[in-house]
Structures are given as structure tokens and as C-alpha cells.
Write a protein that binds this ligand. Sequence first.
Ligand SMILES: [Ca+2]
Ligand SMILES: [Ca+2]
Ligand SMILES: [Ca+2]
Ligand SMILES: [Ca+2]
Ligand SMILES: [Zn+2]
Length: 624
Amino acid sequence: MNQGITIVRQIACKTTYRKASLRLMTRAAEGNIPETSAFNRITILLMIALLVPAAGHGAILNARPRADDPADHAFPALGASAKRQVRVEWNRFHDHAGLGSILAKLNRAFPDLTKLYSIGKSVEGRDLWCLEVTARHVGNPDRKPGMWIDGNIHGGEVQGGEVVAYTAWYLCHQYNRLAKVTQLLDNRVFYLVPTINPDARGRWLNARKRWARSGVKPYDNDRDGLVDEDDVDDLNGDGSITMMRIKDPNGRYKPHPDYAHYLMIRVKDDEKGEYALLGFEGIDNDGDGQINEDGPGGYDPNRNWPWDWQPRYVQRGSHEYPASLPETRAVLDFVISHPNIAAMQSYHNAGGMILRPPEREGAVMRSEDDRVLRFIAGKGEKMLPYYRSMIVYKDLYTVWGGEKGWFYGARGILGFVNELWTSKNLYRTGERPSQEEAGFFVEYLLMNDGVVEWKEFDHPTYGKIEIGGTKKEWGSVPPSFLLEEESHRNMAFTLYHAGMMPSLTIREVAVERMADGLHKVWVTVENSRLIPTRTAQDIANHISLPDIVSLTGPCIRVLSSGRVTDRFFKRVEPVKRRPERVELDTIGGMGAERVQFIVAGSGSFTVTVDSVKGGLLTSQCTLP
Ligand SMILES: [Ca+2]
Ligand SMILES: [Ca+2]
Ligand SMILES: [Ca+2]
Ligand SMILES: [Ca+2]
Ligand SMILES: [Zn+2]
């Protein structure tokens, strides 16, 4: 019989592998192999040769790799170290408690680099957690140039939270490993607040709300005297708010022929439709003849800032008055009490934009400041594929009372809003994908994850309808496997920006002997970064205190002093009173300022540079 073939068939099945080989071994040992053709005999001998070692160590056949943590056996790809004191999966979204626990773990693992506190509370009493990250043992953290970074002011724009938390995680783990990060934390302080709208973040993530731009302070959107009385409803109870449609021969929609399970398209102008769309899942909860007209909140936290604020008849969503929301108020108080903040970054989504003020036509933006912002944004365009550097009012739309407008206008702080994620990243062709290309992505790369198949439902108002379509996660946030990339690239842009905050050194203290026992002391203070200690907006409006260069010594008296306006012709603009200190408007980006003191006396003296946004520096010298 055809024994050889039988055996081959048996060993193809893992579980019978050992049995077959043992049976064969036994038969071979007994010399009991049946007569077969020469071909089969060779096959059998070959099989025996292959099976002998396996039979001799039967245990190997049941062996499995140890099921310990693969991370313990992992090698780092470039970009992040293998040593991860705090392990976080960066391919998912965390709720407020999740983000908080990441910060708490970082704080516990890196006490020398972090301080964790709440800057205030949300409407529902959630803490706005801030992780302060800096090398706490190097210099005074409060005197380092600071960068404010927040995310998620619009509750549904969740990935901003992940980018900020990733930034905290990355900075902590790369300190003392990458020189660039070490330098940043030695010389700068980061105020990282992953979410400044935790209530609505939670609603988007957990309650499956479709839109959660607003915070959750009760608000009567339709002015009927009832507050938040008609939110969307998860009618089919699947945990997601999707769309409603109704069969209608006069409707203007039909299912896409190739992606019918999720994509509805408009029919051609001369084509008959099959369906009418009825908006998001919901019923008329209050019987006013409208569906989903007044959900929780219903304002826009990014229109509530006390700069260029306008009431709701000019700016929709601005809420009752500037900073009427506790979250806005908490950020304002923090920023005002931290005048060392010299840069800001806020994360929204989506669209792939690096947005800078002005936010309305005619609003202030001084050309010196714009030049700096433009340069930094230009770097960002190279770091962030398909992101574009844009001006809010010109390239997007008008915003009254926006956050970054306030940072610049009221505080003189340069900053950006990044609109995270662009669908151009689905295929990286630089083109926005067509409906069909998006459908292809959903079907073949996401295996239809995020799609709810259309199913019939009996609606109290509409009658027989269908519910289905895509879940909220499709479209404005990246899929899991692209989320970490988005976080890293945006963080890298922000760290570049942080690196451009002023960096001061007392380059030179030159002493020159004069007549009558007097000395002339020249101090050169250098700013080796792009951002000035005080922006043009700051100087023009006296927002922060001027930079002060002073000279003191136990046996020294300063007779006169001034800013050197021309170092070659030695022109000096003298100070009128208190000659021991010279006030400077700013120390420009990639530039230097010189100050002259005429002093009497002898012995040691100290030169101090006290810059609100540039830090506190001293230099000890002695008169010859
Ligand atoms: Ca209402
Ligand atoms: Ca409302
Ligand atoms: Ca549903
Ligand atoms: Ca209603
Ligand atoms: Zn937004």
C-alpha cells in the first residue's frame, strides 16, 4: 500500500506528528516495514532520518517560548530608548484618569525631572493636571524660559492629549541619553497640560458622543428656557452615535456601489436617489419638533479668551463673557503667574496645519514677531509631512477670543496651534484621498473597523429608518498604527520651538582703566537663540518687565551707565537714575546687547542679568 504518502499526510498535522513517527520507529526497529516500491522506501528512510532527533527529544515538540514580557527582550529602534521606566502604549487614547496616571507614573519614576500639580478644576470638578518637566537640580526651575503646551481644548480633539503626554514621557526618558534633550531640560522648563477640557474628552471617549467641542457647563443652545434637554441618543444601543437614513425615492443619496456598507454618496443631478439622510442618531427628547438641538454645553472654549472677545451675536460659542469658563480662567491665572513662559503650543485636530495669529483681519501682529513665527513654522512644515504653515484669519477663518490670540496679544508670547492629523497621511501621496480611496482604506487596511452596518430601526418620529455608517473615530483622529508617529513628529516640532526660546550668556565683561581711579566696565549679553527675550508686542505694550543688567560690589559705586547703541563709535544712551542698573527693552534673537558702567572704587563686583523670559545670570569679576 501507499504507506509513504500516508505518513506524509499524517505529519502534516501537528498533533499526530509524534504518534506517526513513533509508530514508524517501532515498525522500523522490528524490521516490519512493508514491501513497497523503491521510491517509497527512500521516502520512508528519509522520513526516519528526519524524525529520529525529534523522537529522541520528544519534549521539544511540545516546547513553547517563555511567555515573559517581550519588552524585556526588545531592542530600541531609533527615536526612543529601550529603557522605559514608564510603559505606555502610544497607539491608543486615554481618558482623563488615564492621562493623569501617565503623569503620576512619570512623576514617581522621575522625581528629579518632574513636578505634578493641578492648575485648576473643570466644570465637573476634574483637575487640570500639569506636569512640569525640567532638570530640577540644574538652576532654578522658575527662572528658566518656560514653554506652555496644552491639548484638547476642544473635547473631541483627543489626540492632543496624547501628544502632550508623549512629550512628557519622551523628555523624561531621553534626559541624559540624548544631548539635545539634556540641554533642553537643563535650560528650559515645560508646563505640560494634556487636556484643558477633561469633561468633554471623557464624553467623547466614554459616552461615545459624536461632537464634543464644547465643555459641559449647561447651556441653552436653542433659547427655549430648557438647558441641555435634547442630546443625541444611541438608539440601537451599540455604544456609538452613527447616522440615520430613510428609504426615499426622492432622497438625494444612495449607497456607494463598491463601499455600500458604510459610504453614502450624493446621486448625480439627473439621477434618482434611494435614501434621505436624517442626521445623527436621536429622538425629539423634549417634544419641541426638533431632534438633537440642545446637547451638553454647546459653546466653544476657544472663543472665550479675553483678547478680541466678542459676544455670541458676533462670535458663536463665545459664552457669556471673557474667561467665564473655569478652564479658561485656570490657564489665564497660571500663565500670568508664570511670566517666564516664553513660548506656547496648543494641539487641536484636524487638518495638518501649523496655525499662527492674527486670528481676525486687522488684529495686531508685529512684523518682527511674525518673522520668527514664520521661520519656526517653516521648519515644522519639513518635520510634519503635508502640514501647512497658515495664518488663522487669512488661510482658515476668523476667530474672536481665541487662545493663541490671547497668548500673543495680551501676553506677547509667540505660539502655534497645530491641527493634528491629515487624511493625506492615509496614502502619503500629498493629495487628499477621494471617497473611494478612503473607502478602500477602511475596507483593506482597517478591515472595516469603525464601520457600523446599516440596520433597520423603528423611530418614534420617522418610522422605519436605518442606522449605521462610520463611528466617530474615523476621520478626525489617526488610526492606531499612525498615532505614535503623529505624536512624535509634533513633539519634535514643539521641542525645536522650545529650543528657540531665548538663551542668554554674559559673553564678556571688559574692564578699562580711566583717569582719576575710575573704571569703565563693558558687559556683553548674548542671546544665542531665535526668540527675543521680549517680543515686539511685549515691548510695545510693556507687558513683562524689561531685562535688567546691573553691577554691584561691596567697595564699588556706579557713577553712570547706559546701553551701548553703537559699539564702534562707542555711543551710549545714558540711564537717568539708579545707574547701577540698565534696563533693556529686549535682547534680540541671535543677537547681543552691550551695557557700559563707569565705576569708582575697587575690589570684586558682580554683574547680574535679570530677564523675565531669559533667566537670571551672574558673573563675578574684580577690578585690576
Ligand atoms: Ca434648550
Ligand atoms: Ca446645551
Ligand atoms: Ca448607535
Ligand atoms: Ca427636541
Ligand atoms: Zn479645535
